[in-house]
Write a new protein. Structure first.
Lengths: 442, 676
């Protein structure tokens, strides 16, 4: 019970009621999302109630310094005092808007899309070496007290204790043998591998001087006095103390793990020339946006580069990217020139690279074969993709996509060509693009 | 509450609480001197997240588990994050009341909230509509709302944790109940169970056949003991009784007593589970608890705003350096667009105060020899009257230096004990001058008719009003002079009247009685209606009468259509028949269909709703469009029915709905030629 629970439940319910992901991508409102968070609308039917027909009910408004004339049309009715429900704020089920949004982070989005489309793109770790603190498993002889491995010290101490302890009572009895010298006791003990010192024997020997003669021989002692192993003794008496030694102290410190971080840079290229009308523009947005989310969710660190081009290319921000429209002609290679330049900042050794371009396949004559294709071959990348958006079918001179396909072949490992003629093609295109690389992985 | 109560957090809140101790105590003292009788209030300092949480949960810390709270919190948080919304006050109707102060508020905001809250708490404690919830309970006067909601939360949580019960089912059941949350009888004293005529034997009979089946008697034995005739006789008895005897507005209570649940698998109605009935009870109790707040929104908010203003500005509760902040706060609260309950309520309360005070003054004046309602405006110098009504200087400016002048004030104005204490220096008169005064003293000190913003009120009296007051006045030559008459003026008249009204009225009666032509015209209110010809809303009237009519429609019965149970054994098949008491405004049919589906879940058997709809012929619309007129709508009887699989809508003869149509109300404010 409580907020955490209810939030959790909201997410559960929200997930069940959220729009189907494929539908959302193809037809939904992508604009509600913010960077780092994908907002999928949740269909929450607000609780119905017996209510008046809004139109038949009419209402009361307040003029701004003057009463408007009778008959004058008014816009949306003003909020009415009965609209909210007193102190308790919105009562459950009276939410105003039609939709709530189910927030996904890009990781979840990528995972869901994998499931939905049956993708399994495994991001590659690149040679970006980062030192990361791992578990505290390495040892050193000095360090802060809090990292002292006490367990180890105790074990070492115990081992030492076991190794150093011996049956003192027995040796004392031995000293009572008639005419025995400390040296003889010591040598016997050494013969038995008892870790006793000569000094200890001499002291014991002196202590029992009065009782010397109790036994006739060492053999007599062995026969009559039971010996106890150290283990037995510890079991009987317990350990009074374990000798802790400085040399047993070990401090733990974290293992240094070398991690390959999964970095990705995505270059989005869009033709903004005059022929790219609203519908085409929209289809590009529909295709690119989920791709961006997906890759963002798959990689630890994702950078995006946006390039707009007509006959020339220039870098833009994401906000502008989908909105630009220029009047000029088209030269796709200009974008690849710029991409190559911008990608210098993201060396192939350290970065996964995706270069996505979209347009209506119109290009200046020979630009595709003479400039774009060589450029694409020059720019190392996990994947090059071209998305052709032609809502009205093919235009005769729009051959860029075709030429690419002819050159690289349909089964190319790192080049994908997809055709989007309407919203319904968007998920297929995304699948086509993303599966090209994952197939290549296998 | 969030569990981030680190020590630093606690100390910070304690520090704020320490700072507010004095304002809280003094606000209470001032409130009581002003005549308020609030429940004790417990104040809590909370942070931003906690405030969001409270808002999401309707102001209480423990509510039953439901994902909607989570959704509201999520929304609230996003709104705060991106919309910058700011909550000023939350106070719960409870005894003691609980009020929540957000730690990031300025001290001026906090003080404003505190004074506001004290007035709300007074309203909770004294308004009779709030009493309806408490009066029926054993411990009269105890609200125990937080405890009740907490108890509900616990029980529902227990049901949800029960492995036999699916959590989602419980949530769904709660939703079904909530669709009827406004379908209660809010004008009745709340009782946990409702006695409805024809109750006792009924449940037995409905199930008799089923129970006999359960006995698994062989057909032969059954034939011996319980023959069909006997069964019919027993069950038939009940069917002949009209049930309920009177239309029952508390649909929640009715389904609680007689409803069943529909068992998908068995394909028939079965008794509700104990948890389902229990939840119905709980949701109904919560509806009744919240009803009073919904019914008195304008009054209650106005009351709080009025007293907040008295205390904060008039009594200087906001210190000079805080006043700018406070004025800003007040402006924001009062200036939100549309019909804002704060400003509407506050203006109406001021109107009540002024009007009562004016009447008191006029009654005195009309008793002066030679003054009658016919000549009053000619023979009485209003300017002079107003000067007379001005409070004495010693009452207006009270400082430690002027205490000796206070002694000379009429004894009714002065709290002698406090004055002594003040003279001994035990009371900080500089900071709290009101402490040496009584209710009477404060009433004179803040007498409404002499305030700058109300100066014209006295002179604006219409000849009509004068006549109404003067005509029935006896003893009309009691005073020899205007001065003598004014010496008898009761300065507390306005406040006294306000206290009476806050006890007995709700928004509907309040607006009905005090929303005047003057008020509506001054505030540029107008009504609008939808035109079928243009498909748009248009301004339809600025007549006070029309505006009031429309406003009352929005406040009567929570602004919802009145629906009642007319028959619990409809079609002689235990179907439910609801009737919509048609007042000229039709139902939102799409919503009604959906609501019926929910009611079915609570009844278990088919449900029917009789209503009246307006229909317009397409051809008439076309003609009307061309002629810039509004097409004539045709009213027809309609029955909506849901049998568990589909909603059907059928026309019914007018005779069957005639009893539902009210003939004496008309909420339509369209003039005949409004689009011309």
């Amino acid at each position: 019970m409580g907020l955490r629970d209810d939030l959790e439940r909201f997410r559960e319910v929200g997930e069940k009621r959220r729009e189907d992901l494929a539908d959302f991508i193809q037809y939904g409102d992508l604009g509600q999302s913010r960077p780092g968070s994908v907002s999928v609308p949740v269909k929450i039917v607000s609780l119905p109630e017996f209510a008046y027909d809004q139109r038949d009910q009419g209402g009361v408004g307040q003029g701004d310094g003057d009463t408007p004339d009778v008959g004058q049309p008014i816009g949306q009715p003003q909020p009415q005092p009965g609209d909210d429900d007193g102190e308790e704020g919105d009562e459950p089920g009276e939410e105003g808007g039609e939709h709530e949004y189910y927030e996904m982070d890009p990781e979840e989005f990528a995972q869901e899309l994998d499931e939905e489309l049956g993708l399994d793109l495994e991001p590659k770790g690149k040679q970006v070496v980062e030192e990361k603190e791992g578990p505290f498993t390495d040892m050193t002889r000095s360090g802060p007290d809090s990292t002292l491995d006490f367990e180890r010290m105790f074990k070492e101490g115990l081992k030492r204790k076991l190794a150093m302890d011996f049956d003192e009572d027995f040796l004392r009895e031995l000293c009572k043998v008639e005419g025995i010298s400390p040296r003889e006791v010591f040598e016997w003990a050494r013969g038995e591998n008892l870790p006793v010192s000569m000094a200890w024997v001499e002291e014991a020997h002196a202590d029992v001087a009065d009782e010397r003669g109790k036994w006739d021989s060492i053999e007599a002692v062995e026969e009559n006095v039971s010996r106890e192993t150290v283990q037995q003794k510890i079991r009987r008496e317990g350990i009074k103390h374990v000798p802790f030694r400085r040399e047993d102290e070990r401090y733990r410190y974290p293992e240094i793990i070398e991690e390959k971080e999964k970095n990705v840079v995505v270059v989005n290229i869009r033709d903004v020339s005059g022929s790219m009308r609203e519908k085409k523009r929209e289809l590009v947005e529909r295709t690119f946006t989920p791709l961006d989310w997906y890759l963002q969710g798959k990689y630890d660190n994702a950078e995006f580069v946006y390039i707009a081009h007509d006959a020339e290319a220039w870098e833009v921000d994401r906000e502008e990217f989908f909105g630009i429209r220029s009047g000029g002609g088209t030269k796709i290679s200009s974008a690849y020139d710029l991409a190559a330049e911008l990608l210098e900042e993201y060396p192939w050794t350290d970065w996964n690279r995706y270069v996505f371009a979209a347009g209506d396949s119109e290009n200046s004559s020979n630009d595709t074969s003479e400039r774009v294709i060589p450029r694409m071959e020059e720019i190392p990348a996990n994947l090059h993709a071209y998305v052709e958006t032609q809502p009205s079918g093919n235009a005769i001179n729009a051959t860029h996509a075709e030429e690419l396909e002819k050159h690289f072949g349909r089964d190319a490992e790192d080049v994908a060509v997809a055709y989007v003629n309407g919203e319904g093609d968007v998920t297929d295109a995304i699948y086509e693009i993303l599966s090209t690389e994952s197939e290549a992985d296998e | 509450m969030s569990k981030t109560n680190s020590n630093a957090d606690r100390f910070r809140k304690q520090a704020i609480a320490g700072e507010l101790e004095e304002p809280v105590e003094e606000a209470r003292n001032l409130a009581e001197t002003l005549g308020l009788e609030p429940y004790p209030v417990k104040y809590w300092i909370i942070d931003y997240d906690e405030m969001n949480e409270l808002i999401a949960y309707g102001g209480f810390q423990s509510r039953y588990p439901h994902w909607r709270w989570g959704m509201q919190y999520d929304k609230q948080q996003k709104q705060g994050q991106y919309g910058g919304g700011k909550a000023f006050e939350i106070v719960n109707n409870d005894n003691p009341a609980h009020a929540f102060l957000q730690e990031s508020n300025t001290i001026a905001d906090q003080k404003a909230v505190i004074t506001h809250v004290e007035a709300h708490s007074d309203f909770f404690a004294n308004n009779e509509w709030f009493g309806l919830f408490t009066r029926g309970q054993a411990d009269d006067g105890a609200v125990n709302a937080a405890a009740m909601l907490e108890r509900h939360a616990q029980s529902i949580d227990d049901y949800m944790s029960d492995p036999e019960i699916d959590r989602a089912d419980v949530e769904k059941w709660i939703d079904h109940c909530l669709t009827l949350e406004d379908n209660i009888d809010q004008h009745q004293i709340y009782t946990r169970r409702l006695d409805i005529d024809g109750d006792v034997t009924d449940e037995l009979d409905e199930d008799l056949a089923a129970k006999l089946d359960d006995l698994e008697l062989s057909e032969e034995v059954k034939g011996e003991v319980f023959d069909e005739e006997w069964l019919e006789a027993v069950e038939g008895d009940d069917a002949s009784i009209e049930f309920p005897a009177q239309p029952q507005k508390d649909i929640l209570a009715f389904v609680r007593e007689h409803g069943k649940q529909f068992d998908e698998e068995a394909g028939r109605a079965v008794e509700m589970e104990p948890w389902q009935r229990d939840i119905l009870d709980m949701m109904r109790a919560e509806s009744y608890y919240f009803a009073a707040q919904k019914m008195t929104k304008v009054m209650n908010e106005g009351w709080a705003a009025y007293h907040e203003s008295r205390m904060m500005s008039d009594e200087g509760f906001a210190e000079d350096d805080e006043f700018v902040n406070y004025a800003d706060h007040m402006a924001r609260v009062l200036a939100s667009p549309g019909l804002n309950p704060y400003s509407l309520g506050m203006e109406l309360w001021e109107y009540v105060e002024n009007k009562t005070n004016r009447r008191e003054v006029l009654e005195r004046l009309l008793r002066v020899e030679g003054v009658s309602w016919r000549n009053l405006t000619d023979v009485v110098d209003f300017e002079a009257v107003r000067e007379r009504l001005e409070p004495p200087e010693a009452l207006v400016r009270i400082t430690p230096e002027t205490l000796e002048d206070v002694v000379d004030l009429p004894s009714a104005y002065v709290d002698d004990e406090a004055l002594e204490a003040a003279r001994a220096g035990e009371i900080d008169v500089g900071r709290y001058p009101w402490k040496v005064l009584t209710y009477e003293g404060l009433a004179r000190r803040h007498y409404s008719l002499v305030k700058r913003q109300h100066r014209g009120f006295l002179t604006r009296v219409s000849q009509n009003d004068l006549e109404r007051i003067g005509r029935y006045l006896f003893d009309d030559a009691r005073y020899e002079s205007v001065e003598e008459a004014l010496a008898d003026v009761e300065y507390t008249a306005g406040w006294d009247r306000m206290f009476d009204i806050r006890e007995s009225h709700n928004d509907v009666t309040f607006l009905d009685q005090f929303l005047t032509q003057e008020f509506i015209t001054e505030n540029d209110y107008f009504t609008y209606e939808h035109s079928r010809a243009t498909g748009q809303f248009h301004v339809s009237s600025d007549e006070a009468e029309d505006v009031k009519k429309k406003l009352l429609l929005q406040f009567t019965n929570f602004g919802k259509p009145t629906i009642a149970v007319y028959d619990g054994n409809y079609n002689n098949a235990n179907e439910l028949l609801l009737g919509h008491q048609y007042n000229g405004v039709m139902l939102d049919l799409a919503q009604a269909r959906e609501t019926l589906k929910r009611v079915f879940e609570l009844w278990g058997r088919p449900v029917n709703l009789l209503t009246i709809v307006k229909q317009v012929d397409e051809h008439d619309v076309e003609v009307a469009k061309r002629r810039n007129r509004e097409p004539e709508a045709d009213e027809r009887g309609t029955c909506l029915r849901y049998d568990g699989t589909e909603v059907t809508v059928e026309d019914v003869p007018w005779e069957e709905v005639e009893h539902l149509a009210a003939s004496d109300v008309d909420y339509d404010t369209k003039p005949d030629d409004w689009l011309a």
